[in-house]
Design a protein around this ligand. Structure first.
Ligand code: SF4
Length: 410
């Protein structure tokens, strides 16, 4: 494996907690997008094993195994280690160092007000989550992102708010440590080099941001700079810093990359989740796919075959939204509301579609598992590549935070 992702593409970063085998909810909710992004972006994808410990610190026995299984499934689903940097959070200690350093500047109230903090404590009542680690998980998440200085974080619409605290922390960091007296002159000179139209568009975007908080204008300006030339790290600090204020952007604020997410539900009509036991795994054998979909809940109004139903109240419909074309969806809607088709008839094309989707992935899982050490090698290479990027950021961070250097150049 010798490939290196192109430095000319905008970087995206995303991670998943090692919960074990991937299911269709993971695939259609995130993984499929990760695979697609590989052709347009410089992708960094990581196993968030420290995050698994924030809520499952008392039962860590499954984390290591789940890491390998999950990455096997990622690879089988189409992640390509030649095009993506695939790594494990705990193998890149710079995540922890940046978490500690950002902890110095992050107000406690910012962490306490993260909506998922209270929500998760409510949802996981059986666990004692009144820990420092659990409170700090959004901070660690911010460090996970900022240590790679990505342009984008791919998220579904409902998670866009999660990136906000990362942006706030980056802004606060740059406010404290990014002071530079000649920033205005240097940044405008740099942008002028990229052409007067770029400078004009950037100036207008900067005004729109400073006066009205217009984030889209900033994202468009970034994009126009990006397509004109790939900036060096120093140039990017300067340009980003000037665009969003008057400080160098040592930790650039990432933008949200909104990605389409499916609303695919589990077998019982709740969100598909391993812990609810309502999932179809990517490794699900064909007979089991058939059995599970045949037994899937439907609109409760269709107690009898002759009762009409409504697809909008049926979890099976969320599968049709993913797997069926318009003609088939029209057939379902018409047949369901008039009771012309039965639920088993409605489910049959889905059984075929899911089996057809999973068959090549399962063949690939078998191939990967037949090569002992392959996943370990992929991760070792990914961790080394990730660490090079993280080290570069940490050198800058240590410098501006006034920490001593003991190497020969100091
Ligand atoms: S016919 Fe299809 S959409 Fe209608 S209730 Fe049955 S399974 Fe659901």
């Amino acid at each position: 494996m010798t490939g290196t992702p192109s430095a000319a593409k905008a970087r995206v970063l995303s991670g998943m907690r090692p919960t074990g085998l991937m299911h269709l909810g993971h695939y259609h909710g995130a993984l499929k997008n990760w695979v697609a992004l590989q052709s347009t972006h410089d992708c960094f994808y990581f196993v968030a094993d420290w995050h698994a410990l924030t809520s499952h610190y008392d039962d860590p026995s499954v984390i290591a195994r789940a890491t390998f299984e999950m990455v096997t499934d990622w690879l089988a689903a189409g992640l390509d280690p030649e095009r993506s940097t695939i790594f494990v959070q705990s193998q890149v200690p710079e995540h922890a160092e940046l978490t500690v350093l950002l902890g110095m500047i992050t107000p406690l109230s910012w962490l306490e007000r993260v909506p998922t903090y209270k929500e998760q404590q409510e949802n996981l009542k059986e666990r004692d989550l009144a820990t420092y680690g659990f409170l700090g998980y959004p901070l660690m998440q911010s460090a996970d992102i900022l240590v790679y200085r990505p342009e984008y974080v791919p998220v579904g619409e409902d998670q866009a708010a999660h990136v906000e605290i990362t942006r706030e922390i980056a802004r606060r960091f740059n406010h404290f440590y990014g002071k530079q007296t000649d920033l205005e002159a240097r940044a405008t000179a740099l942008l002028r080099q990229l052409g007067e139209p770029v400078l004009r568009a950037a100036s207008a975007a900067r005004t729109a941001w400073l006066e009205r908080g217009d984030r889209e204008a900033i994202a468009a300006a970034r994009q126009s700079i990006h397509v004109t030339r790939v900036l060096s790290d120093d140039e990017r600090e300067l340009a980003e810093g000037w665009l969003t204020g008057a400080r160098r952007a040592i930790l650039p604020e990432p933008s949200v990359l909104l990605t389409p997410t499916s609303k695919l539900l589990g077998l019982d009509g709740r969100k598909m989740s391993k812990s609810y036991g309502n999932a179809i795994d990517l490794r699900e054998p064909p007979e089991s796919v058939e059995k599970k979909i045949r037994g899937m809940k439907t609109d409760p109004r269709r107690a009898r075959r002759t009762d009409p139903g409504n697809p909008d109240d049926c979890p099976v419909w969320t599968l049709h939204e993913v797997y069926s074309d318009e003609a088939r969806r029209a057939w379902v809607r018409q047949g369901c509301t008039s009771a012309e088709i039965g639920c088993l008839e409605c489910k049959q094309p889905l059984i075929e579609a899911v089996k057809a989707e999973l068959a090549p992935m399962q063949a690939r899982i078998r191939e990967i598992e037949a090569k002992p050490g392959y996943v370990r090698d992929v991760l070792a290479q990914g961790c080394a590549r990730a660490q090079r990027a993280a080290r570069d950021t940490m050198e800058r961070v240590r410098d501006v935070m006034g920490l001593a250097r003991l190497d020969a150049s100091s």
